[in-house]
Design a protein around this ligand. Structure first.
Ligand SMILES: *[C@@H]1O[C@H](CO)[C@@H](O)[C@H](O)[C@H]1NC(C)=O
Ligand SMILES: *[C@@H]1O[C@H](CO)[C@@H](O)[C@H](O)[C@H]1NC(C)=O
Length: 261
């Protein structure tokens, strides 16, 4: 069962990467990310995303920060991004996307798996939109993602186990906010990914106001998430497992509310 799951996961990751092969990050953003985030929503297109066009100076593309392999992790200043693509001083195949920050921007589409193909993308802030559909399995393969805020959207499906891939390697997940979506099913245990997987940098985990169910052993908090400073699992259908109640004195009732917040 588990090997079948890992196999499907690998296939999905490979196909997402193959789709991205050979494209610059600018091209990937325009061809895959923009249409996906926009969705069928608004007549005439989304006002923020409408700034992502070849003729608009890159500096004016809303909600984005860029760098290059040579300038990482620093953001390129506006002066280096002052032209449209045709006359751009930094060749577009050298530009690396650092962050996408478009909260409350009327995005009505879905999250494309190609988000995992941006090699330096460290933060995604897309809270308070109308994004629907699942959290793509491939997102766990994003090589640099450390801040992910997708709160208050319409995301459905389960929280993929692959999300805990972001805990190891260069990504070092430190903030995960998925508050106020329609996610269901259990919270996957990072140790199901590989034995002793821990999320050493994760300091804020907010999964509240979803439809998550099943046990949440509080031992998970201490072993898998040793750096947690804020945890909110309230307004779900979780219950504490019996053994963790015995160990820590937590009851299911307490676990419904914010813990350490
Ligand atoms: C950014 O602009 C400055 C000043 O014009 C220039 O010296 C620098 O080389 C540019 N950086 C890149 C990556 O093109
Ligand atoms: C996992 O941790 C336990 C206890 O610390 C240790 O005995 C075991 O060897 C570890 N397993 C792996 C695969 O690292």
């Amino acid at each position: 069962m588990r090997s079948v799951m890992m196999c499907c996961l690998l296939l999905l990751l490979v196909s997402a990467a193959a789709g991205a092969e050979g494209k610059s990050e600018v091209a990937l953003l325009l061809e895959r990310v923009k249409p996906a985030l926009q969705g069928e929503g608004e007549v005439g297109g989304n006002a923020q995303l409408a700034t992502w066009t070849a003729s608009t100076p890159l500096c004016q593309w809303r909600g984005l920060r860029w760098s290059t392999a040579a300038t990482l992790p620093r953001e390129l200043p506006c002066g280096n991004l002052s032209a449209g693509l045709a006359h751009h001083p930094v060749p577009d195949d050298l530009l690396l996307l650092l962050s996408i920050r478009l909260p409350a921007s009327a995005l009505a589409g879905h999250l494309p798996p190609e988000l995992a193909a941006f090699s330096a993308l460290a933060s995604i802030f897309l809270a308070h939109n109308s994004l629907s559909g699942p959290i793509p399995l491939a997102l766990g393969n994003a090589p640099a993602l450390s801040l992910l805020d997708l709160a208050s959207n319409r995301l459905s499906g389960s929280l993929p186990l692959s999300i805990w891939n972001l805990c190891s390697g260069n990504a070092r997940l430190s903030l995960l906010r998925l508050h106020g979506n329609a996610l269901h099913g259990p919270i996957p245990d990072p140790a199901a990914l590989a034995p002793n997987t821990t999320c050493d940098a994760l300091s804020l985990l907010d999964l509240s106001a979803n439809r998550l169910s099943g046990p949440f052993p509080s031992s998970l908090v201490t072993t898998a998430f040793p750096a947690l400073r804020s945890l909110d699992l309230s307004d779900n259908r979780l219950h504490a497992s019996v053994d963790s109640t015995a160990q820590t004195g937590h009851t299911g009732e307490e676990l419904k509310g914010p813990i350490f917040s």
